[in-house]
Structure formats: structure tokens, C-alpha cells
Design a protein around this ligand. Structure first.
Ligand SMILES: NC(=O)c1ccc[n+]([C@@H]2O[C@H](COP(=O)([O-])OP(=O)(O)OC[C@H]3O[C@@H](n4cnc5c(N)ncnc54)[C@H](OP(=O)(O)O)[C@@H]3O)[C@@H](O)[C@H]2O)c1
Length: 324
């Protein structure tokens, strides 16, 4: 495993972070048992993954807690999240603190390394910074959390408007950002400012459905060519991203997707979600592989650099939000 410093948190974190949500939810989302999910987390930790990203909403905090029972607490970096509805007024602060206390119980720990507000939309940001953050900073002073973080909604904030504000406010030490081969605008909209302000970044959506299910890529390409955002040949090609697969390049599209995001300047940790032990191993290997060849990266930027908001579909919706 390789490790990096997560911005101004100073935390030493693995470049590959286990995402405990998404479509897989450690396998719970695809019919696997809690015991299998616990085993998957342990295998990840054994392979050197020390950053585990869960959330109250995922229903995987207890699994993570069980898996890390036997691991010295300072050997893992636990990131979890609270989702707070918009327009809650003062109640939003109490809700966030209750969610924090519940996460501590579920995870069986005394402190959360990175406590994040989950899927904050641009419209919800005022509530987050003015009402929720001050309450959580009081809990931080009590030692219940080490760092505050914020995650964007993805599909409903494809331009990263919320994170663009948050990275300037000095409150959020970590930001979770969407970036992938067909949604590259964080390169200009976000990363220069996270680097300047030393905000640590957790990368989400590297693969999602669009690069793990060929039929989803086909549909996306059909829609993008129909709306003239991409040239027609991409929709007609039997293997449109086949140019990425070659000697010296990637072996699979999934591998290409992880390698593409991993080496982007400004990306600290790439979260990957899986419930499959084989995928766990291959994804870590992909994230530790060299950057894609320059010509492939240039082709990806030339073909897809202008696209915004492709492939960010959430696995489930939250009331009043599209975050996950
Ligand atoms: N707003 C937010 O806060 C937010 C939103 C989205 C995600 N997140 C975080 O980011 C994490 C990562 O997102 P994600 O879970 O969507 O992860 P992802 O790594 O982008 O995509 C995971 C999907 O790809 C499949 N997959 C993974 N490795 C594969 C491989 N080698 N070959 C084929 N298919 C593969 C997985 O299925 P298998 O189970 O079959 O491997 C799963 O369906 C989440 O778990 C969560 O922690 C946060």
C-alpha cells in the first residue's frame, strides 16, 4: 500500500480507501451477509487499507465497528457521515450531534477521525456552515471527532458549487468530490483550491455503474451522442473504450477508471466500493499501478473533458436530496 498525508488533517492515509456505501455497501447491497461484509473489511485492512468511509445512512457502521474491534484504534482512519435535511433550522444542529453520538455507538469507538456532512447541496450549505458546523465544533472540542468534512451530492451538483464554497471556509478539513473519466471538471473547479487550502480530498464515483456495467456505458454513450455531446462513432463502436486496453495500458475498463483518478493532482484518497473479495484485490492493485499512458490520458481528456455530470446516478435517493 502507499500512503499520503490527507491535507491539513495531517492524517497518514492509504491511497486506496474502502467505500462502505454505494451500490455494494460492502456486499450488503448485493445480498451478502454481515459476516462476509466484516470479512471484506478485515481483508482490506490486512492489505494496508487504513481509511474506511461509511455513513449513518449506509447501514454499514456496525459492520465496520465489528471488523476493526481487533485492530488498534490508531491504525485505522474512520470517516463517517450524517445526513441532515435542509430547512431544519436550529434542529439541524441537534440532529447532527445525535447522529454523531449514534455513529460512535455503532462503530464502537470513542472518536471519529473524519465526521462529514453527507451530500450537502448548494442550497443546504448555509445551514451546514451557520448552524451545524458550530455545534459539531463543540463536539470536536470534547474529543468526539478529529476533523470535519463535507461531501457533495454528485448528480444534483455536477459543477461542484457546494464544495467550491466549503473549501474556502476553513472549517472543513476534508472534502469528498466526484471525479471520473467522463466527469473531469473537478480538475479545474475544485482541485486547485483544495491544494491551495490543504483540504484533504476523498474521491468518489471513480467507477460507479458506468464503468462496471458495460450496458450502462452503452446507454450513456447513446444519450451523449444523441445530444451531440460526443461524436457518433462512440455510440456505434462495439468497444468504445477499447483504446484503453493494450500492452502497457489497462487490462480492464475498471482498472483504467481507478488508475485515471488515482494520479490526478489534488486527489489524495480514491474510495472504491465493493462487496467482492476479488474486486477488492484487483482494485487495490489498480490503484497502486502507474498512471495510464500519457496518450490514453490525453485521449480521455480530448474525448470527454467537456462532459459534466455523466454517470453520477445514485443507488438510492434521500428525501429532498440525491446524495448517496
Ligand atoms: N455523497 C456521498 O457522500 C457519496 C456518494 C457516493 C459514494 N460515496 C462514497 O464513495 C464510495 C465509493 O463509491 P462507490 O461505492 O460507488 O464505488 P465505485 O468504486 O465508484 O463503484 C463501485 C461499483 O463498481 C463495482 N466494482 C468495483 N470494483 C469492480 C471491479 N474490479 N470489477 C467490476 N466491478 C467492480 C462494484 O460492485 P462489486 O460489489 O461487484 O464490486 C460497485 O457496484 C462509497 O462506497 C461511499 O463510501 C459517497
Amino acid at each position: 500500500m502507499e500512503y499520503v498525508t490527507l491535507g491539513r488533517t495531517g492524517l497518514n492515509v492509504s491511497v486506496a480507501g474502502l467505500g462502505c456505501g454505494g451500490f455494494s455497501r460492502l456486499g450488503l447491497g448485493t445480498g451478502k451477509s454481515e459476516a462476509e461484509a466484516v470479512s471484506l473489511v478485515r481483508q482490506a485492512v490486512d492489505l494496508g487499507v487504513n481509511l474506511l468511509d461509511t455513513a449513518a445512512m449506509y447501514g454499514t457502521e456496525a459492520v465496520v465497528g465489528e471488523a476493526i474491534k481487533s485492530v488498534p484504534r490508531d491504525k485505522v482512519v474512520i470517516a463517517t457521515k450524517a445526513w441532515i435535511p435542509r430547512r431544519e433550522g436550529r434542529e439541524a444542529a441537534d440532529r447532527a450531534v445525535r447522529s454523531l453520538d449514534n455513529s460512535l455507538r455503532q462503530l464502537g469507538t470513542d472518536y471519529i477521525d473524519i465526521f462529514q456532512l453527507h451530500g450537502v447541496s448548494p442550497k443546504a450549505y448555509d445551514q451546514a456552515i451557520e448552524i451545524i458546523a458550530p455545534a459539531l465544533l463543540k463536539e470536536k472540542a470534547k474529543g468526539k471527532l478529529r476533523h470535519l468534512g463535507v461531501t457533495e451530492t454528485g448528480s444534483s451538483d455536477a459543477e461542484h458549487a457546494m464544495v467550491q464554497r466549503a473549501v474556502e471556509d476553513g472549517v472543513w478539513d476534508v472534502a469528498m468530490v466526484a471525479f471520473h473519466m467522463m466527469h473531469q471538471n473537478a480538475r479545474t473547479n475544485v482541485f486547485p483550491r483544495t491544494i491551495a487550502n490543504r483540504v484533504g480530498t476523498l474521491l468518489m464515483f471513480a467507477v460507479r455503474n458506468i464503468f462496471s456495467r458495460p450496458e450502462r456505458l452503452t446507454v450513456a454513450l447513446r444519450e451523449l451522442t444523441a445530444s451531440r455531446q460526443l461524436p457518433r462513432w462512440l455510440a456505434d463502436a462495439p468497444n468504445p473504450l477499447g483504446f484503453l486496453i493494450h500492452e502497457g495500458g489497462a487490462r480492464t475498463i475498471t482498472e483504467a477508471a481507478y488508475r485515471f483518478v488515482r494520479h490526478e493532482p489534488g486527489v489524495d484518497v480514491v474510495l472504491f466500493g465493493t462487496g467482492d473479495p476479488d474486486h477488492l484485490r484487483t482494485n487495490i492493485a489498480s490503484l497502486l499501478a502507474p498512471p495510464l499512458p500519457l496518450s490514453d490520458r490525453q485521449t480521455l481528456t480530448k474525448l470527454f473533458g467537456h462532459l459534466v455530470g455523466v454517470g453520477l446516478d445514485p443507488p438510492y435517493s434521500m428525501p429532498g436530496s440525491t446524495s448517496t
